[in-house]
Structure formats: C-alpha cells, structure tokens
Design a protein around this ligand. Sequence first.
Ligand SMILES: Cc1cc2nc3c(=O)[nH]c(=O)nc-3n(C[C@H](O)[C@H](O)[C@H](O)COP(=O)(O)O)c2cc1C
Length: 373
Amino acid sequence: MAAIFEETKINGMTMRNRLIRSATWEGMCDQDGRPGEKLITLYRDLARGGIGLIITSYAYVRTDGKNLPGQMGIYNDAFADSFKLMVKAVHDAGGKIAVQVVHGGGQTDTKTAGRKPFAPSAAKVGQFPEIPEELTRDEIKKIVAAFGNAAHRVKAWGFDAVQLHGAHGFLINQFLSPLTNRRSDEYGGSIENRARFLLDVYRKVRETVGADYPVLIKLNAADFIEGGLDIEDAIYSARRLSEAGIDAIEVSAGTPSSGGKSPVRIKITKPEREAYNLEMARRIKGAVDCPVIVVGGFRSYEVVEKAIRDDGMDYISLARPLIWEPGLANRWLQGDRRPAMCISCNNCFAGGLQEGGIYCATEKKENEKAARR
Ligand SMILES: Cc1cc2nc3c(=O)[nH]c(=O)nc-3n(C[C@H](O)[C@H](O)[C@H](O)COP(=O)(O)O)c2cc1C
C-alpha cells in the first residue's frame, strides 16, 4: 500500500516521499526575472525541510508572458549562473527541484508584459485586465518554441524536472477554455482543437529534453467560470497527455476570477474543507496511466494519508502551508502529526506585491505577539 514517506521515482527522478511543494510565486526575483540569494535560501530551506520535490515559482518563457512583479524568468541564457546556484543549494540539502514554465497570455497587462498582451482570442473577459491581441499562427509557433527553449535551459542548468503550467487561467489554459478561445482555425472550436496548443507545447518540450527527463504538467480540472473549461474537457486533455508520454499530472482548478473557487481557496477551517480538488483528481486518475498529483487545501496529515492510501493519489502537493512551515514534511516524518499551521488567509500574497517577497503574515503576527509576552 502506498505511504507518504516512501521513496518513489518519476521517470528516473528519485523522490524521498510523496509530498511536493507546489509552484509558488515568491516575488523575489529582480525586475528581469533573475533569482538571487533570498530565493535560493528559501529553496534550500524547503529542501532541508524534507519535501520530496520543490516546484519553483512559475517562470515566464518570454518577457511578454510575465504576470506578476518579482516573477522568475527562464528566457535568458545569461541567468545560467544564478539558476545553477539554486540547483546546487537544493541538491546539497538532499532535495529535488523542478521549474514551472509559463506564458501568461492575456492574463497580464501592458505594463508588466512590456507590450499589449496576447491571447488565443481578443476576448473581453473578467480574467483579462485588458482586451488582448489575438495570436497569429506564426506567433503561436514562436511561443511553442519559447517553451522548448525554456525546457532546454531547465535541463541544461541541472534541474531535476520541468513542469508546464496548464492551469489557473494562463496561456495553455486560455487555449483549452471555450470562453477565452473563440478561434475558428485548427486551435479553436472542438476540444481536439483547443488542446492542440497544449499538445504542441508538450511535444516540443519532450523533443527538447528527451524521453528520459521528467516532464510534468499542472492542469486545471475545471475553471469554475461560466463558459470556461469543464471536467470532461480536462479529462480529454489529461488522457491525451498520458498517451503522449507525460510523466505526471498535477490537478488544480479555478482561475483568479473564479471567486470562492479560485485555485487558492480561503477558510479551510476543518478537514471537510481540505482537499478541494480531490474528487476531480480521482476522475482524472481513472482516465490516465501516469502518476497524479493533487493540490489544493491539504492541511492535515490524516487527509493527506487518506488521499494516498484510499483515493489512489500518487503525490500530494502543498503551497501555502510551506510558507509558514518549510519543514512540515520533516515535522510529520518525525512524528508530530498536528495539521499545518497555515490558516489559509492568503495574506502571504501582500509581501510579494509590496515588500520584495512573500512571507506568512500570520506567522509574523504570532511571533510579534510572542515577543511582547
Ligand atoms: C503566494 C502564492 C503564489 C502562487 N504561485 C503559483 C505559481 O507560481 N504557479 C502555480 O501553479 N500556482 C501558484 N499558486 C497556487 C498554489 O500552487 C496552489 O495551487 C494553491 O495555493 C492551493 O494549494 P494550497 O492550499 O496548498 O496553498 C500560488 C499560491 C500562492 C499562495
């Protein structure tokens, strides 16, 4: 029977347990997307904390795919030394690290992207800050190539795996969603056509890194927006990716404009509110042959254990709990099985937007209170 703390392999990458740090934008890179000491220290601490695999922040494959300040960029060979230091810090601490690669598409603004944003269609939708420009087929091919070039850097710089960001309303998700993809060419219309960009990106990345390098994807199981991607279409994409040789699918859901069903839900106050993508992940697991990772609201050891033992999940990934407690995996391993301290308030975002990097605002408050006592 599968257990949290057992060693497993994904396409040759050995992981010490079934716990993964899900991609988390930290807002700690310089304006060009280059990581520095602060971020490297954060990853080193995560590795020391015992997590099985660290997935970095989403990293833009072209500057016009940038989405947030301080975001990581993986488009420039001149960043090699900084990224190699990151890999070394994690490996020296016994960890594994993958880079999540992204293009923001229409989910950005002119100021951040440095040009008018691109998207599958020039759609006026809540998730786009501006009406984007419709991508030409020529531009689509260039963006596919940029994903390939990014994956080449990820492998060449020593990372253990690459993850495509196919969730949370970014460009791959925009192609999959009928709401944001209204094209009438071979990239739009049926799900076969809407999944074409995703599969083109996957194949380009696979061709670049080779058969024996782990390629993962984070995929939305549903957008929870009227007219957006639904579970049936997500299952189709997952099955096609599995047939094409993807090494693992991480299941998430929602976009920043999905209200209470955003990818980052709040008020996870009791175990019944945890694991909010688990049912959809179970359906995807039933349709694919590759390992499935599920993310979203995992807080208790028992809920994690059950998802692996009874629901067939191969891996559980966590984001917010590790901001307060980078050592959560080791804490659980050593027998302290109390739930994660995270209260899911989402106040971690503010530091990234305003203070040069995310941090747990609740932990800070608690520490200040303790210091006054
Ligand atoms: C500060 C912050 C930054 C995030 N950045 C990313 C990201 O870069 N890529 C991504 O796929 N998800 C990102 N997420 C979403 C998380 O990976 C995860 O899917 C979500 O927070 C739910 O998991 P949790 O309940 O364990 O936090 C971010 C979440 C937070 C709180």
